[in-house]
Design a protein around this ligand. Structure first.
Ligand SMILES: [Zn+2]
Length: 288
């Protein structure tokens, strides 16, 4: 436990739940049940302090009172909660410690970026770790659903097929990113993202733009799959492609005013031939 509490007259420390008493909570403290018995679950430490001294309920036994009164009250400290005994700590310190036992994921930077839409990255992550409820993933959990791909109606559905072995999703990928034709085989998500990241002939901002398009494509392809399965609504790959372009460009246009990176992406999008109108209502590549 790297959290430590410092008792102050205004401390918002929960008497029942927090580990404020000799680095433990009341359950771990000898005779702590007397304190629990004579305070309520919402009682805060500041309720037990008056004029910078402990003011404990009379019903608490003397030995317990004496033990608590030995805990110093820091009248000049404004903070009552510390992480790893650091004067200044950030939320990321806590998050890093919380996940310190997790195995390292070498490709996480391919998915999580600043300035990217969270929902796109979240669905990309789910697709990569088997979190999407495709028929093969459900079968592992003994749930049987029709296993034919709802997009091409030919091959069994799986995450690797949907992204981007399937002819429907590959058409979308190629129409958004024609340079992906350079790849000898239809890529998996990781192969696509690694290729975008490592391609020496692509500028950094073009790479960012391609990455956003890739995540957005995964989101819309999965959405199309669900529309077909559950709402019986079918969109062609061209329609889905236009939705993807519109969504990405809307994000870039809306955010570019306050974000220089996205402003540069807007410039790159224009160079790549994505035509934007002022309100992003009509987005098309030349020839469409
Ligand atoms: Zn398919």
């Amino acid at each position: 436990m790297k959290f430590s509490f410092k008792i102050t007259p205004s401390a918002l420390i929960a008497v029942h739940w927090d580990h404020w008493c000799y680095n433990g909570n009341m359950d771990s403290f000898s005779d702590g049940h007397f304190v629990l018995l004579h305070t309520n679950p919402n009682t805060l430490i500041r309720d037990l302090i008056r004029d910078n001294c402990w003011s404990l309920p009379n019903e608490i036994p003397v030995n317990v009172k004496l033990a608590i009164q030995d805990i110093p009250i820091f009248t000049h400290s404004s903070s009552c909660l510390f992480w790893d005994n650091l004067k200044l700590s950030r939320f990321s310190d806590y998050i890093n410690a919380f996940h310190s036992n997790m195995p390292f994921c070498p490709w996480y930077k391919l998915v999580w970026h600043k300035s990217h839409a969270l929902r796109y990255s979240a669905f990309t992550w789910l697709a990569l770790v088997g979190g999407l409820k495709t028929s093969d993933a459900l079968l592992i959990r003994n749930i049987q659903i029709p296993n034919v791909c709802s997009l091409c109606h030919v091959f069994p559905e799986s995450s690797s097929h949907l992204f981007f072995e399937c002819s429907y999703s590959y058409e979308i990928l190629i129409s958004i990113m024609p340079v992906a034709r350079q790849l000898l085989l239809r890529p998996s998500i990781l192969q696509l993202l690694e290729w975008i990241t490592n391609d020496p002939d692509t500028t950094q901002h073009t790479k960012k733009l391609y990455s956003i398009f890739s995540y957005c494509s995964i989101y819309y392809i999965w959405k199309e799959r669900n529309s077909r399965r559950f709402a019986n609504i079918f969109n062609s790959s061209s329609t889905t492609t236009l939705c993807i372009k519109k969504d990405v460009n809307l994000k870039i246009c809306l955010c570019s005013g306050s974000n220089s990176v996205l402003l540069l992406l807007l410039v790159v999008a224009l160079r790549l031939g994505l035509h934007l109108c002022a309100c992003c209502a009509d987005i098309s590549t030349p020839g469409q």
